[in-house]
Design a protein around this ligand. Structure first.
Ligand SMILES: [Zn+2]
Length: 633
């Protein structure tokens, strides 16, 4: 590696050999450090599942059910024989609706079965009181992944044509006649178009506190005379409902102009199309492949998953936390769990020190920030508890006359009944929102909690074979990144208990907002090779990366064997990625994470020690003058 190259494009200097060699798997839109780990786990779990299928006798009850479902998803002969017929259970019910009034009568069952509808309810923690759970209400997603595509006429036409073409194929495979297919798609698109002006863009959604808009019962009833939302909400939670949290006020303000008898046919066609696409994966192989065509085209994925892999995921996705727990306990274990927990607490300690010595906050705010850190709950490896609904699952099997759609609807009903039963209840903060077998980590602002599933605790993030500095540049920075989310532009609005509560002094908040603006400016419009970065969309993740990197560096520096080169290079290594053009462009529009190359290069340029260590000067591309650096945490 030439020293000069490090100063021009650090990411490429470190990852050049990998970037040259890396092959994007045919059924993926990209390959990355994340994905390589994911593929390793996938291989392990698929082999395990095959082995379990041979002899499930030693498995626990929930894993046995997983295997029974896997048995169904891999019975390709039976699936071909059934063809699209299992979907009739959904289709006939949608087709039998004659009016909005009928939709009201069917709403509860559809909601419990997670059948796609133009709007839905969900129970989540109350932002204002994280010890309670309340009802949120929002509209369905658009067919295209972001509103911006609808505002660019050329792009809109290109993507909606693609949607029409791929959806025609799916509906024909379901057996709809040519004329029917055209009408269904036309009407579904007409309804989709009604939702566009009342849907938030990805940039607007990224400001997630703004999805908290309480409307009392009267306010809801006044705006929804065409459809009694309160009655539906009460039927689902089986309690009185006197308030809904509206995630998107524009939708409820326009509710009656969108959801009315005049639009009923469009709504019905939209439901047929949306559900035909949603359930295609559970049917014949031809339908499964056709059903994913639009998504693949959008992300530049060349081919569908193999039959075997798709069948594994159709079973796994229903039991992911059950399989994940086995994975965590078996491949991670209690010793590593304790080891990594120690590391997280070390990072929290460093974070506390950094806040204590922070120069732009007043003591009053510092105390509150430190209190928030002290209350941070840490979960590592695998959860102590699983969601209770797995125990209620039952897989009947083809021999009992069941099929994959019936199984799916039954499981959805059990999950949704559980979700709605949480209304007005204290949340169980031991339940994770991702399986231990997922290569990822998260911060929950409403739990003030960070979670590190076992899957991410591998090379290049973490390994006993790596130097301590490499581990700090990898998993250490990921840990500090998640901690930083407690203090990003969204997380900073929540207090140590996870409730929305301003704990900042007025002047400190003003200073923080200015720094967040500086972070937006640092990234906004920076070219990535696939288009410019959107600084506003990615601000929360960029703040978390920046805080994470600085804190992990501080932790690494405390050790005698600290090595800058190891640290910085491993930071750049974990962001290595090769993507299709389509996927890179899609992420620039919808992903709150910064583009990988900037997560490596821009974040490093923004660190003084990096500039000093590699002696970067004003003529180098990696150069950023010290007065332009944005340091928040
Ligand atoms: Zn993040």
């Amino acid at each position: 590696m030439k020293k000069e190259q490090l100063k021009t494009n650090f990411y490429e200097a470190v990852n050049g050999a990998w970037l040259e060699k890396a092959q994007i798997p045919g059924d993926q839109p990209s390959v990355s450090a994340f994905l390589e780990l994911h593929l390793g786990i996938e291989k392990t779990l698929m082999a395990l599942t095959k082995k379990w299928e041979q002899d499930p006798s030693d498995l626990n009850d929930n894993l046995k059910k997983f295997i029974k479902l896997y048995h169904m998803t891999t019975d390709f002969k039976q699936r071909e024989t059934l063809g699209s017929k299992p979907f009739d259970a959904v289709l006939k019910r949608i087709q039998s609706l004659k009016s909005i009034h009928d939709l009201e009568a069917a709403f509860k069952d559809f909601a419990l079965e997670s059948v796609e509808m133009p709007f839905s309810f969900s129970v989540m923690q109350d932002f204002m009181n994280s010890n309670n759970q309340v009802l949120y209400f929002g509209a369905a997603n658009l067919f295209l992944p972001d509103t911006s595509y609808y505002h660019d006429e050329a792009k809109k036409k290109q993507l909606l044509d693609l949607f029409t073409m791929t959806t025609k194929q799916v509906l024909s495979l379901y057996g709809f006649k040519a004329g029917e297919v055209d009408t269904l798609i036309e009407e579904a698109l007409a309804f989709d178009a009604l939702l566009v002006p009342v849907t938030k863009s990805s940039v607007e959604k990224a400001d997630y506190v703004k999805m908290y808009n309480p409307y009392d019962k009267k306010a809801v009833l006044d705006r929804t005379k065409t459809f009694d939302l309160i009655k539906q909400a009460e039927a689902l939670v089986q309690q009185d409902v006197d308030q809904l949290i509206i995630t998107n006020p524009d939708f409820i303000e326009a509710f009656e102009t969108i959801i009315n008898e005049a639009h009923f046919k469009w709504i019905q066609s939209w439901m047929i199309v949306s559900n035909a696409l949603k359930f295609a994966e559970n049917l014949s192989d031809e339908l499964r492949v056709a059903g994913g065509a639009f998504r693949r085209a959008l992300s530049g994925t060349k081919e569908a998953q193999s039959k075997e892999k798709a069948a594994f995921y159709q079973a796994y996705n229903r039991f992911d936390q059950v399989v994940g727990l086995y994975y965590g306990e078996t491949f991670f274990g209690p010793t590593a769990k304790a080891d990594v927990a120690t590391m997280v607490h070390e990072m929290i300690g460093v974070y506390q020190e950094r806040i204590a010595s922070n120069t732009w906050l007043k003591d009053e705010t510092k105390d509150k920030a430190i209190k928030k850190l002290s209350s941070l709950s840490v979960q590592v490896g695998y959860p102590d508890e699983l969601p209770p609904y797995y125990d209620r699952f039952e897989v009947k099997g083809y021999e009992a006359g069941s099929d994959l759609i019936q199984e799916r609807l039954t499981m959805n009903r059990i999950i949704q009944q559980h979700q709605f039963s949480k209304y007005n209840q204290k949340p169980n903060k031991n339940i994770w929102s991702m399986p231990a077998s997922m290569v990822n980590a998260y911060y929950s602002p409403t739990n003030n909690q960070i979670v590190f599933p076992a899957a991410i605790l591998q090379e290049p993030y973490y390994s006993l074979k790596q130097s301590a500095s490499e581990n700090y540049g990898g998993i250490g920075a990921v840990m500090a990144h998640e901690i930083s989310h407690a203090f990003d532009n969204n997380g900073a609005k929540f207090d140590e208990t996870g409730s929305l509560n301003n704990w900042w002094t007025e002047s400190d908040l003003k200073a923080f907002k200015q720094k967040a603006k500086d972070m937006i400016a640092l990234f906004d419009g920076v070219e990535t090779g696939f288009g410019p970065c959107d600084g506003t969309l990615t601000v929360s993740e960029n703040i978390a990366d920046s805080g994470g990197l600085r804190c992990a560096l501080e932790a690494s520096k405390k050790h005698d064997d600290h090595n800058y080169d190891d640290f910085f290079k491993n930071w750049a290594r974990v962001w290595r990625v090769k993507s299709s053009t389509e996927y890179s462009q899609l992420l620039l529009k919808v992903d709150v994470h910064g583009p990988a190359i900037l997560r490596a290069n821009m974040q490093l340029s923004n660190v003084e020690e990096f500039q000093d260590y590699y002696q970067i000067s004003s003529s180098d591309k990696m150069y950023l003058p010290k007065d332009k650096m944005v340091s928040i945490w």
